[in-house]
Design a protein around this ligand. Structure first.
Ligand SMILES: *Cc1c(COP(=O)(O)O)cnc(C)c1O
Length: 374
């Protein structure tokens, strides 16, 4: 079976986990957590990263830190995984969903501004925060999005769960917005078995996130609380795996980029199929997943029919995230934009992209796609 994306061990996982166990640091926190944070900070070129138990927890705390409260409205990209949006509801706030643009498939800056202006007109308030996603690793149009956000003084939380290693105008994704969330779930570009991190703007925010994520215990000899806390820190054992994984991160990114290039070259002559988005001098994706878009006027199989055809040949593919404004659970959320996200959902397909796949396996996928569509 050629899988979509599976964990790829780096080499030192066993050694570091063994050290963590031998030192009895198997409880939350410990030297590997500090080391993992230091390595992430070095990679991202920023001083303030807090390791957490999940990417979802990172988005949740990013919104808490951005000041989101019950009754607020928070803007979220509609074309994403539900974990981008759920933490808005955890806080008693209301998601306002925004369409994508066609180039990167991420939040449309025009639809964003339209939403901000209209919510202000209807409620008398500006949204409390913006969650922008770098879907499948592809950087969103951050210059335009940050310009809109700054015009209305709205903090931006970057959901960079899929985008560790992606770059935008010389910055790493996750370090562009006020806060940035990373995920180390099993299928992401690197994994800690389960985990995440929040990229913070300064030392004070970093300290506050560490405080909130460890049950908000005040510095006293007894337990004393002035605020609601969370149990969201990463364990030392997970961080040990993360320390091994990050040693291989740049190779993993380069391998996924090479896989994307193989698809781009191998599929370029198939009429009605477009491999999603080549890098430019302004940005580069980590190509966590390579994706293609079908022209339904030309292609005679739907993405789901193609998925089933490929599955019979032992190749796993996946449909695009179904937009949040098309999910029953968010049916009451306002939506701004047109049908870009919906069309990408209906016509797109994610291809096997794991960094452990061989060139031969990618060639096999390409020829199976050609068979499916000829
Ligand atoms: C994986 C993912 C998350 C959630 O990360 P977890 O570590 O699984 O909690 C959030 N947003 C996006 C876009 C993701 O792909």
């Amino acid at each position: 079976m050629i899988k979509l994306s599976v964990p790829h061990l780096a080499g030192n996982e066993k050694k570091y986990v063994g050290e963590a166990v031998d030192s009895t640091w198997i409880v939350p926190l410990g030297p590997f957590v500090d080391e993992f944070e230091k390595r992430l900070e070095g990679y991202l070129g920023t001083g303030h990263v807090v390791a957490l138990s999940a990417g979802t927890a990172a988005i949740h705390l990013g919104l808490v830190m951005a000041g989101v409260k019950a009754g607020d409205e928070v803007i979220c990209q509609s074309l994403t995984f539900s974990a981008s949006c759920n933490p808005i509801v955890y806080l008693g706030a209301r998601p306002v969903l925004v369409d994508s643009e066609e180039t990167t498939w991420n939040m449309s800056p025009q639809a964003l501004e339209e939403a901000i202006i209209d919510r202000h007109r209807l409620t008398g308030h500006y949204p409390a925060a913006i969650v922008v996603v770098h879907l499948y690793g592809m950087p969103a149009m951050m210059d335009e999005i940050m310009a809109v956000a700054n015009r209305y003084s709205i903090p931006v939380v970057e959901d960079a769960a899929e985008a560790l290693g992606s770059e935008y105008m010389g910055q790493r994704c996750g370090a562009i917005g006020l806060y940035g969330a990373l995920s180390f779930n099993g299928n992401k570009i690197i994994t800690t078995s389960g985990g995440g991190a929040l990229v913070c703007p300064d030392a004070e925010a970093d300290k506050r996130v560490k405080f909130l994520s460890t049950q908000a215990r005040e510095d006293r000899p007894y337990y004393y609380h002035t605020t609601i806390g969370y149990n969201y820190r990463l364990s030392n054992v997970s961080a040990a795996i993360g320390c091994a994984q990050i040693e291989e991160l740049q190779q993993r990114v380069e391998r996924r980029r090479a896989i994307h290039q193989l698809y781009a070259d191998g599929l370029e002559n198939i009429l009605g199929v477009k491999v999603h988005c080549n890098p430019t001098s302004d940005f580069d994706s980590n190509y966590w997943l390579s994706t293609i878009l079908f022209d339904p006027e030309i292609i005679r199989r739907t993405p789901d029919e193609t998925r089933m055809f490929l599955l019979e040949r032992g190749i796993e593919t996946r449909l695009i995230w179904r937009p949040m404004h098309m999910q029953p659970v968010f049916a009451d959320s306002p939506y701004y934009g047109r049908d870009c996200a919906q069309r990408i959902f209906e016509n797109g397909l994610c291809l096997p992209s794991g960094s452990s796949l061989t060139d031969g396996e990618i060639v096999k996928v390409i020829s199976a796609i050609k068979d499916a569509l000829s």
